[in-house]
Design a protein around this ligand. Structure first.
Ligand SMILES: C[S@@+](CC[C@H](N)C(=O)[O-])C[C@H]1O[C@@H](n2cnc3c(N)ncnc32)[C@H](O)[C@@H]1O
Length: 205
């Protein structure tokens, strides 16, 4: 909260959040990040989306306990958002914190994010910092561990129902390709202060 958000768009995002904008946290799970953002920026409105109804029950309970009222949680499949829907062009800013590589339909989910963003909106995809080619990860200090976690968790969940099964080591190059395929015309890839494990893909239409 004190490091990542102020780094986005050279501080302009935080200024907009203070004024009041519509934000969607896609793949919010139990809403930990969504609730922290809603508490920090009471003038903005937050929508947490996840496919897991169970996770969202916990998210709603957490929001009630935290006393935040500028937040709603909705159970939706990100891939279904790519078609015109009630959320089309609704959001100024969308976040996805480590939530794209586990999707069974990641390209369709990115197309969904494109659909729900306003024309001048921005999307922050925070995902694992890795190379798409295994050779490029040979010197990664946690490479073997991350590939193992990916094989044991991310690949199985991503392969359900004939899914893409990207795995968490899908890497920067594949991510950039898929963001372009989803329609994003401007993608800037940045390191995140104090977070060597993730990259910030800052995307605009
Ligand atoms: C690794 S968790 C990330 C959770 C959260 N963003 C965080 O950083 O704590 C990925 C989340 O994506 C959600 N998810 C997976 N497929 C989805 C889909 N098709 N639509 C919406 N959410 C999905 C999962 O239910 C899970 O909660």
């Amino acid at each position: 909260m004190d490091v990542f958000l102020p780094s986005v768009d050279q501080g302009r995002l935080v200024a907009a959040l203070k004024r009041g904008i519509a934000v969607c946290d896609l793949g919010c799970a139990q809403g930990v990040a969504t609730i922290l953002m809603a508490q920090a920026f009471p003038a903005s409105h937050f929508t947490g989306i996840d496919i897991s109804a169970e996770a969202l029950e916990t998210a709603r309970a957490n929001a009630r306990e935290a006393g935040v009222d500028n937040i709603v949680f909705e159970s939706r499949d990100a891939a279904e958002l790519r078609h015109p829907n009630d959320l089309s062009a609704r959001f100024d800013y969308v976040t996805a914190f480590d939530a794209i590589h586990d999707q069974t339909q990641p390209l369709e989910a990115l197309q969904g994010i494109y659909e729900i963003l306003k024309a001048d909106g921005a999307f922050s995809m925070i995902d694992i910092a890795a190379d798409s080619d295994i050779d490029g990860n040979r010197d990664h200090p946690m490479g073997a561990f991350l590939y193992t976690v990916s094989l044991m968790h991310c690949m199985p969940v991503g392969l359900v129902d004939g899914g893409a099964g990207l795995g968490m080591m899908w890497g920067r190059q594949q991510a950039e390709t898929m963001l372009a395929q989803a329609g994003f015309g401007q993608v800037t890839v940045e390191a995140i202060p104090n977070d060597p494990f993730n990259l910030h893909f800052y995307c605009k239409k």
